[in-house]
Design a protein around this ligand. Structure first.
Ligand SMILES: *Cc1c(COP(=O)(O)O)cnc(C)c1O
Length: 486
């Protein structure tokens, strides 16, 4: 057989087929976008159901298939079997509603196969990441010179923050990290991965308002120091995932400086609210933190994955994460030509900044700000609607797009009320109308709305509240008890 001189032809598609497949993929995405509001907000199923729908797990084929049929199978069979996180009525967990330009940004970054670990390999993209993290710096109110790096998400950013605290404290034998009992679960994992021993991971009880109490932190730090341990980091919430609430950041910042302990603010979901007046007020003191976690894939309208760690002290990221290697000597080009691979844990990394940059440049910051504000306003309107309801009880007021509530039947057994609300939630999800999740507050089952999608309308939100009222009444066989205008 004659040897081809243009590589392995079998691993290539012709330009015509490449275009045709690309156009089809774009068409599928735009169709999905248009149809989304008419689709169920959630789809999925058990392992057995997936095995039935997708066929049992099989060895890979040795020979080729028609790319069109592979594409069709992905679009029609695989991708629909998942939650529509960007559905206008996806109110569960922390949703994400990417802009189209961001989706294209990811596509382009992948297609151009940008390696953004070093300036040498990605001068233009690295310049753009510098610009994007500079935007973030100004939005969160960190001083000039503060630096950032985009990450896969908030979990890695949180991990980096704990590692930084440990390294900067010179890896003491008995490090202690303070977390809020309302802190995100990824912080506990971060502490564990950073090698903080279990007895050094202090989960502090919050006050009745579910916020960290600076005096409690101060006392814990003093006790641990007396004990010979070395407090290295306080982690505060810049928007707790549970309730949206923000710890007293300004007071914690002052205290941390006084005590000589670092302050990390996990503002993964809430940080971009700083673009709005309401959010800026709520997040007062954010810029005082030593490190801040942000998740553009939550409230900055980016597709997964896109997180960020901001660090206040210039040079700190590189001093903790930077490494040198003989085979990378060509990449050392001077301080203003940043090797982003030395600011974090990934050497090979994609060009995440492109999607953010394209989104902000296309729509402008004013539109982004209004988009974030939209969620805050809808949650406030939901709160007012809940307060005015005969049968719904407000459990946590609207804060940064999150509101907690429940249906209150004429029933005194608290466990029965929990069960009823759980059933209501299941029915709402089963109906396909909306995806809603639950949490617990004060030990009780709470329904939770998290409203971050700029394409969500008031009727979407109201529709969920009305269904909860109706289902609650039906399921309890009662009209529900008036809880008054609390
Ligand atoms: C989502 C979230 C995280 C985790 O971020 P990932 O991007 O999912 O890794 C951490 N903290 C808070 C407050 C979050 O909302």
């Amino acid at each position: 057989m004659e040897e081809a001189d243009d590589g392995v032809g079998e691993l290539q598609l012709s330009p015509e087929v490449m275009r045709e497949m690309g156009y089809r993929a774009v068409d599928a995405l735009v169709d999905r976008w248009a149809e989304l509001p008419n689709e169920p907000a959630w789809r999925g199923g058990s392992r057995a159901e997936m095995d039935t729908r997708l066929g049992p797990i099989a060895p890979p084929p040795a020979g080729p298939s028609d790319p069109e049929s592979v594409l069709r199978e992905a679009i029609e069979s695989v991708l629909p079997e998942a939650a529509r996180i960007d559905h206008p009525r996806f109110f569960a967990f922390i949703p994400s509603a990417p802009s189209w330009m961001a989706v294209l940004g990811d596509f382009l970054a992948t297609g151009f196969n940008v390696f953004q670990g070093t300036w040498l390999a990605s001068a233009g993209p690295s310049r753009v990441e510098l610009e994007v993290v500079e935007w973030f710096r100004s939005w969160v109110g960190m001083p000039e010179g503060a630096e950032g790096v985009l990450t896969s998400g908030g979990s890695v950013a949180n991990l980096m923050a704990v590692v930084m605290a440990r390294e900067i404290a010179d890896s003491p034998d008995r490090p202690v990290v303070y977390l809020s009992d309302q802190g995100h679960s990824s912080l506990r994992r971060a502490a564990r991965l950073a090698g903080i021993p279990p007895e050094g991971i202090r989960v502090l009880p919050t006050g009745p308002d579910l916020l960290l109490v600076p005096d409690r932190v101060r006392r814990a730090v003093a006790e641990d120091r007396r004990d010979g341990a070395v407090p290295i980091l306080v982690c505060a919430n810049g928007g707790a995932t549970n309730t949206g609430r923000v710890d007293p950041l300004a007071a914690l910042g002052r205290m941390a400086r006084e005590l000589g302990v670092r302050l990390h603010v996990d503002a993964a979901f809430g940080g971009f609210a700083a673009l709005t007046d309401t959010g800026r007020e709520a997040l007062d003191g954010l810029g005082e933190a030593d490190t801040i976690t942000l998740d553009p894939h939550k409230w900055l309208f980016q597709p997964f994955e896109c997180g960020c760690l901001m660090a206040r002290e210039p040079g700190e990221l590189t001093s903790v994460f930077g490494v040198q290697a003989e085979y990378l000597q060509d990449t050392e080009l001077g301080d203003d030509q940043v090797n982003f691979g030395n600011r974090g844990v990934q050497l090979s990394r994609t060009f995440r900044a492109l999607k953010v940059w394209m989104t902000v440049r296309t729509h402008g910051l004013d539109a982004i700000r209004r988009g974030v504000d939209h969620g805050i306003r809808l949650a406030e309107r939901a709160e007012a609607r809940i307060r005015g309801s005969e049968t719904l009880e407000l459990l946590s007021p609207a804060t940064l797009g999150i509101v907690l509530y429940r249906f209150v039947p004429d029933e005194d057994d608290p466990d029965a009320v929990d069960r009823l609300n759980r059933t209501i939630q299941e029915r709402v999800i089963e109906s396909g109308y909306a995806m809603v999740s639950s949490t617990r507050i004060g030990g009780r089952y709470a329904l939770r709305l998290c409203i971050l999608n700029p394409r969500t309308s008031w009727s979407d939100v109201e529709g969920v509240l009305r269904r909860v009222e109706t289902l609650g009444a039906e399921l309890s066989g009662l009209p529900g008890r008036s809880v008054g205008a609390r």
